[in-house]
Design a protein around this ligand. Sequence first.
Ligand SMILES: Cc1cc2nc3c(=O)[nH]c(=O)nc-3n(C[C@H](O)[C@H](O)[C@H](O)COP(=O)(O)O)c2cc1C
Length: 175
Amino acid sequence: MPTRRTLVVVAHPDLASSRVTAHLADAIGDLEHVTVHNIAATYPDGRIDVAREQQLLREHDVIVWQFPWHWYSVPAVLKSWIDQVLEFGFAYGPGGTALHGKTLQLVTSAGGPAHSYRTDGHNRFTIAELLRPIDATAHLTGMRLATPLVLFGARTASDEDLSLHAKQYRALLTP
Ligand SMILES: Cc1cc2nc3c(=O)[nH]c(=O)nc-3n(C[C@H](O)[C@H](O)[C@H](O)COP(=O)(O)O)c2cc1C
């Protein structure tokens, strides 16, 4: 099978202040078939070049959304990107087939520990439940949603935990 071209959309409001997202992005940056795309740095004023983003999506088979978990959801910078880029006629609606057959891989990190993301835990819902809007988005746009890669307890993760997780991420993107 040919190598699947992979676009990693890194969505952190301020990557310079990030520990986890920055480390994970560094861990996969040298993979030949991977394009790492930091959207907050590319569009500091929030004005997204929609045509450019849509072209990037067309050129890749696997789309990764890599982001810190903010208020039980994606950060505003990614929500804004989704709102603007996944347009009617491109991602859904008549003729909106550009994303059909692609894989959507979510890579995220949450401050809460794994046991807090259970029905009987502090956060009451599992990550899969909280990700249902993205599940619906993948379905509407014809993408296959892969099992998300989640680092729980992100704030207290040791350097060793982080390195191990980065290795898993790299393995996930390596054919
Ligand atoms: C604005 C904001 C909202 C957050 N919301 C959540 C949340 O809803 N649940 C959670 O488990 N962690 C939450 N966190 C913690 C982040 O997910 C965590 O700090 C992040 O994954 C660490 O990644 P980074 O080093 O790349 O910033 C939040 C952090 C910020 C700054």
